[in-house]
Design a binder for this molecule. Structure first.
Ligand code: SF4
Length: 703
């Protein structure tokens, strides 16, 4: 790539945004990132999307936090919002690191010792490195003495992971996304990769152009439809009906792989009995897809020599999210589409390190590598390694922690790099919960909505300012390298966590992220063949990887599953309605999600000049007919109302939306979508139903 400016130096790293994990090079001049170029990484082959290429000047934004801050005595928590991110001194005063860390640790110790460990909680980040995730969960488990530790995977793929662990014994993908080059059929369901995983989408398009039959299943139309054999715009929330219809046809017409089912799986008879009445006609009445289309897609998928299934949060963010994923797993197992080239199950991970943060134990029920906290033998191993007595009970999940803070049962919270005041459902409730805490410590790079409620704010380093490893959606562990220094007195995240830990009575002495990675390798079999030095040399190694000289495996489970029986299980699912159905008062279905140009709560991308210029304002996406019924035009201000609250934002006409459905991006803090969302949880994955809330639109009369 020819650059307009000649850089002083180049640093190879990876992209900090989505789980695709594109490798890139930072081009640096005068200690500033002046351009980013794609590299020949295994996940991107030099390709980058708009965020990877243009999403980096946020690091030099003047609103960066550069010194520790302590809440002013004269600003009540209830007055935290609104705030001016460019002037935190309206709410806070500057402090030295010594004072801020002493105050934070002292108050955290006080809550733990006064109310007990169950009053403590911590959120890490799927944007942090593996080493940072490992340290956050270790601090909460050994310093806070509780398993109340979680992160935004709970809002993302928790239900997918619950179903995968239950049925194939592993929460990770069974094949990398680029494996679709060997597929004859590809299902993309509940996912809009062109927007959310843009470079992965290019591999899917390439496969379709080479002849793979692509089936896109999404209530909304999307850009991949152009490449699809069939696009199934089913009724929102009826995923199980559509998938049970496919399963029924495959069993009824004898299209399943009987040898594979007999030798590698269990649960077939139960699945057959429970889907016996799920005829295409019966399921069509629920999901709205024609019976013959259900038959055609079932035949196309089952008759493929190798087929992959990709899914996203349209599957997982439902109260029946685990059931949705169970159906996808059953489809793959019925047809033997696991463990061979071109076949597999691939939940597309959202954040750049959601896989790695979960692997590192940043979840309330598992130690690193998904070892249950309730198992005495496993716990003894960790107690020995960490020299600490550990809590045998599973901890609370993200939304449960927020509820407990609201009720006063959780009194202390440490938040590293997350923004629950924007990302949690039913935001008025979430913000009241944050205001109710005795002590909130926030470690971040900007004054987020969550930081506004903090007692102590610790200024951290942005992605290009630190070293660390990150695990992409393919199980690929990659090296992120420091390119520039943090601004002012901002510090490395691992250093901040260690300083807090040592002030809470622990005795840590890491000197570099490399030391932490070394400790992780002692307890995480997934990292057996992956050393820091190997990553420095090779940049990326996929696990499982038998030893330091072996290649990692892209496709896994060709020789059985890591379950008790060694077989994959097909768990049937019943058709259940979403938690909150539309009615006369709230007749529309509201879904939330991301935009191509913006990432999650927008704290980085809305400060990236090009990205913010491309998508500068909050808009609610509405079908042409619903807009016409409301008698408003594109660009007019309208109000979206649900049982939790209301926001006003401009209308955008979206012909790909069906009548009766609206879409609100959740990255705009001036019109926060999560003011509106339903906090009802999937019973297994504890993920909220962010993809389905009953809503109505109202016109806004401007004064
Ligand atoms: Fe970054 Fe994802 Fe875009 Fe790649 S596809 S450049 S990882 S945001």
């Amino acid at each position: 790539q020819k650059l307009a400016i000649t850089p002083d130096r180049h640093v190879d790293s990876v992209c900090p945004y989505c789980g695709v994990g594109c490798q890139l090079t930072f081009n640096i001049k005068d200690e500033k990132i002046v351009a980013v170029s794609g590299r020949q990484g295994p996940a991107n082959k030099s390709r980058l999307c708009v965020k990877g290429r243009y999403g980096f000047d946020y690091v030099a934004n003047p609103e960066r936090l550069t010194t520790p801050l302590i809440r002013r005595d004269d600003v009540a928590k209830s007055d935290s919002l609104p705030f001016d991110a460019s002037n935190p001194l309206t709410h806070f005063r500057e402090a030295s690191w010594e004072e801020a860390l002493d105050l934070a640790a002292g108050k955290l110790n006080h809550v733990r010792d006064t109310y007990g460990p169950s009053a403590m909680s911590g959120f890490g980040s799927a944007k942090g490195s593996n080493e940072e995730a490992y340290l956050v969960q270790k601090l909460v488990r050994t310093g806070f003495k509780t398993n109340n530790v979680d992160h935004c995977t709970r809002l993302c793929h928790a239900s997918s992971v619950a179903a995968l662990l239950e049925n194939i014994g592993s929460g990770a993908v069974t094949a990398s996304f680029s494996e679709c080059r060997n597929s004859d059929a590809i299902i993309v369901i509940g996912s809009n990769p062109t927007v959310n995983h843009p470079v992965a989408a290019t591999f899917i398009k390439n496969a379709a152009q080479k002849g793979a039959k692509l089936y896109v299943m999404d209530p909304r139309g999307q850009a991949l439809d152009r490449y699809a054999e069939e696009s199934l715009n089913f009724v929102p929330g009826t995923d199980v009906a559509l998938l049970n219809g496919l399963i029924h046809v495959i069993i009824d017409e004898g299209l399943y792989d009987s040898d594979y089912v007999k030798n590698q799986t269990e649960g077939f008879e139960d699945l057959k009995a429970r889907t016996a009445s799920s005829t295409p006609e019966a399921m069509s009445a629920i999901c709205g897809i024609a019976p013959d289309t259900i038959r055609d897609v079932a035949r196309g998928y089952a008759n493929a020599k190798a087929a992959m299934i990709f899914w996203g949060m349209g599957i997982s963010q439902h109260t029946h999210g685990t059931d949705n994923s169970r159906c996808l797993i059953s489809l793959a197992l019925l047809t033997g589409n696991v463990g061979k080239p071109g076949a597999g199950l691939h939940p597309l991970r959202g954040q750049n390190n959601v896989q790695g943060a979960s692997d590192a134990g940043l979840i309330p029920m598992f130690f690193p590598d998904y070892k249950p906290v309730g198992d005495p033998e496993i716990r003894a191993k960790y107690e020995n390694l960490w020299n600490a007595k550990l809590d045998p009970e599973k901890g609370l999940t993200v939304v449960e922690i927020t509820d407990a803070a609201y009720n006063g049962d959780i009194k202390a919270m440490y938040v590293m790099g997350e923004n629950p005041a924007m990302s949690d459902p039913d935001q008025a409730h979430a913000r009241a919960a944050l205001a109710n805490l005795d002590i909130l410590v926030v470690q971040d790079i900007f004054m987020t909505e969550t930081a506004a409620f903090a007692d102590v704010i610790l200024p951290a380093s942005a992605f290009p300012e630190k070293n660390g490893t990150f695990t992409n959606t393919d199980r690929r562990v990659q090296m992120g390298r420091q390119a520039i220094d943090p601004p002012g007195d901002a510090r490395q995240d691992w250093w901040i966590i260690q300083e807090l830990a040592n002030r809470m009575g622990l005795s840590w002495s890491y000197t570099h992220a490399r030391d932490i990675f070394g400790e992780m390798r002692m307890v995480m079999p997934s990292l057996t063949g992956i050393t820091w030095d190997r990553l420095l040399k090779e940049d990326a190694v996929t696990y499982p990887c038998a030893d330091e000289n072996s290649e990692g495996k892209d496709v896994i489970f060709g020789d059985g599953f890591p379950t008790a029986s060694g077989r994959g299980r097909m768990t049937p699912a019943d058709v259940l309605p979403p938690d909150e159905m539309p009615d006369a008062e709230f007749p529309l279905v509201m879904s939330t999600g991301r935009l191509l140009e913006h990432w999650h709560t927008g704290s980085m991308t809305r400060r990236a000049t090009v990205l913010d210029a491309l998508e500068p304002e909050p808009e609610v996406h509405v079908s042409p007919s619903d807009l016409q019924s409301l008698q408003v035009s594109a660009g007019d201000l309208i109000r979206v109302v649900t049982r939790r609250g209301e926001i006003a934002l401009a209308a955008r006409v979206d012909p790909k939306l069906p009548a009766g459905m609206i879409f609100v991006p959740f990255c705009f803090n001036e019109a926060p979508a999560n003011m509106l969302t339903n906090p009802a949880l999937d019973p297994y994955g504890k993920i909220p139903e962010l993809k389905f809330s009953a809503a109505r639109l109202e016109t806004v009369v401007e004064a």
